[in-house]
Design a protein around this ligand. Structure first.
Ligand code: ASP
Length: 325
């Protein structure tokens, strides 16, 4: 991250410093309660704006480079929709096979190229640390849209927004994360974000897909109570949030190993009948078999609300890093 250039740019533009202007969004550890409150409240303003007017011209004249080295439906299109709804424009690079990346161009050079044209870069890449590398070479803000099994900070923010929207508050909640906790970057980010609040964690996974030690140590260091288990039936009746993940097939080197665990947890009507009346089921999507379609009409199913909230959060982040929030 070239802070110097970004700071100079900020002073030159004489912007009000919201703590985000010109900054990169790489990890949820950048967020404290003040920053979280700020982004969540701007997201609510964006929601109102979209519901009332559909769009605004806040980011008119600004350009986003949307650089995706891994597949994406929601993150990519919601970043695009966010920019368009705020009056900006997008350079979409979803098929890196048609870009100079296939000619062997390095990430730093690709980033240097894109920042010559755009005001902000969103990047998804299969390697942990790639967004930080991109930010290091860019003088324009870089937003991490998923760096391998590392983090997915914008997803965690929309998850937090959805929890508050669905349950009114985060304080005192028991949050279960279920499935592939080893490779699922969304649960890594969400866990590290939720330690900002007094919550209890339950980590449900097969033994070989447990939450990584570095994430557990954040939970331990902050003193939050947590439980690790392989059994979802025993805990489903006690939790306020059941956050279900897809087993990340693309991260497995041995597909036989994937086959053994892929259908381990399925949220169906029977499991939901054991859950509290006031709770929510979440999923970052895409789902494969983890949640049966019968659960979609259950008012506790929050996963479609999550994807809509993603746009409001990303609108808030784009406006904030571009100094317009
Ligand atoms: N869409 C989420 C991600 O990019 C979750 C998933 O792919 O399972 O991490």
């Amino acid at each position: 991250m070239n802070l110097k250039t970004k700071d100079v740019d900020r002073m030159a533009a004489n912007k009000v410093d919201n703590g985000f202007y010109g900054q990169d969004i790489i990890s949820v550890s950048q967020f404290d309660r003040t920053k979280l409150d700020y982004i969540l409240s701007v997201a609510t303003e964006m929601k109102v704006l979209v519901e009332r007017f559909g769009s605004a011209d806040l980011l008119q004249g600004k350009i986003l480079a949307n650089l995706f080295y891994e597949p994406s439906t929601r993150t990519s299109s919601s970043f695009m929709a966010s920019m368009l709804r705020l009056g900006g424009q997008v350079i979409p690079i979803n098929n890196v096979q048609y870009s100079s990346v296939t000619k062997g161009e390095s990430l730093p050079d690709t980033v240097r190229t894109l920042e010559s044209y755009a005001d902000v870069i969103v990047i998804r890449h299969p390697e942990v640390g790639s967004a930080a590398t991109a930010a290091h070479y860019a003088s324009k803000p870089v937003i991490n849209a998923g760096d391998g099994v590392g983090e997915h900070p914008t997803q965690a923010l929309l998850d937090l927004y959805t929890i508050i929207e669905g349950l009114g508050d985060v304080h005192g909640l028991k949050v279960a994360m279920v499935g592939d906790l080893k490779y699922g970057r969304t649960v890594h980010s969400l866990t590290k974000l939720l330690v900002n609040y007094p919550v209890e964690f339950v980590f449900v996974s097969p033994d070989n897909l447990r939450m990584p030690g570095d994430v557990l140590s954040v939970v331990q260091a902050s003193g939050h109570p947590y439980l690790e288990t392989e059994d979802v039936h025993n805990i489903v009746g006690e939790v306020d949030v059941l956050y279900v993940t897809r087993v990340q097939k693309e991260r497995f080197t041995d597909l036989a190993e994937y086959d053994l665990v892929k259908d381990r947890y399925v949220v169906d009507s029977e499991l939901m009948s054991r859950a509290k009346e006031r709770m929510i089921v979440m999923h970052p999507l895409p789902r494969v078999n983890e949640i049966s379609y019968a659960v979609d009409s259950d008012p506790r199913a929050a996963y479609f609300r999550q994807m809509r909230n993603g746009m409001y959060i990303r609108m808030a982040l784009l406006a904030a890093v571009l100094g317009k929030a």
